[in-house]
Design a protein around this ligand. Sequence first.
Ligand SMILES: C[S@@+](CC[C@H](N)C(=O)[O-])C[C@H]1O[C@@H](n2cnc3c(N)ncnc32)[C@H](O)[C@@H]1O
Length: 345
Amino acid sequence: MLYLLFTADSFRESTLDELAKISGYKIIDEYRNLIIADLKSPNVERRLDRSVFVYSYFPIASAVKLKKGDYTEFLRKQIKKLKISKDTKLKLECYDINCKRGYSAKEIEIAIGSHLEGKGHNIDIKTPEVLAYVILLNGVCYSGSVKIQGNKNAFVDPFRRYKEKLVSRAEFKIAEAFGTFNIGKVQTAIDLGAAPGGWSLYLARKGSAVVAIDGAELDVKAIKSNSVDVIKTAKILDMENLKPKSVVHLKLNVDKAIKKLGVGQVDLLANDMNMGGINSSKAVLRYWRFLKKGGVLLMTVKCMRRNVLKYVKEVEGELGGKFSNMQLKVLPHNRQEVTLFAKRI
Ligand SMILES: C[S@@+](CC[C@H](N)C(=O)[O-])C[C@H]1O[C@@H](n2cnc3c(N)ncnc32)[C@H](O)[C@@H]1O
């Protein structure tokens, strides 16, 4: 079975090691952080889900060389081959990776979508059940489909998901983590190493009350431009009465800031501090008691290129007794790091 796999450039070798463990694989085509691989073993999808270095994957039903001539007609045929029932609520995506034919992906989606609608298909981009895609890579058109259960934000192209106003590129990482690990509503959060404020802004924009901890400054102007309140304080915080859609900044390092936390526990503990995995885990363990039981830990594990597995193992060892459901993934915007998701025991 062919799959389109998204990996991280900097973890390429580790990704291939992981794939070798999951199943025998053969690389059919590749481009930067995308691999079309032939994976043979059964239950491979479940195992890809758990893989550290593959952050998303899409099954490919057909691979056909792109020909000259009527381009949209050709792509329509590839979608038709998928034999999707006319009753199914369908969303289409064209992801032109490097074949660039002079049409935007959106134009192609509209052209194909309206044609299929004319033929009686149920095109529904708001509450789709199935995502059908054509991916153009190195002169080949790969097509396939997946069930998506009404998730209008499902995209093959990872960079189309996030179009909001940003404070820092780091904000992509938390958005990707929320999508990948299916994180639901977060009412309150503590964000360790919050500056300049990308993660805090993301959380507050979604309605959370965030305690942002960092000795460095937040980009207050950019955060406020998103209609999020920012309050700098040195007082002891009553975490049971934080205001939704706001960021409270404790401008202190993690060791000092912990003394400013008063009553209450939060739903999510975030940690994007730029320090080694062991020290970063130790900071998490100190803040552990402020996280509700079953609450989410989201942290980035900084790694040196060659030793990814060593860093991951160290952090798993440190946090293992206090957290369960641990998952690690390289997400599109991770650079020399892995994102860890876990739940407080
Ligand atoms: C990669 S940046 C975080 C980016 C942030 N997540 C965002 O979205 O904008 C790492 C931050 O960790 C902070 N940091 C490093 N050591 C820290 C410590 N001991 N206590 C608090 N913050 C620390 C740094 O000041 C820096 O702002």
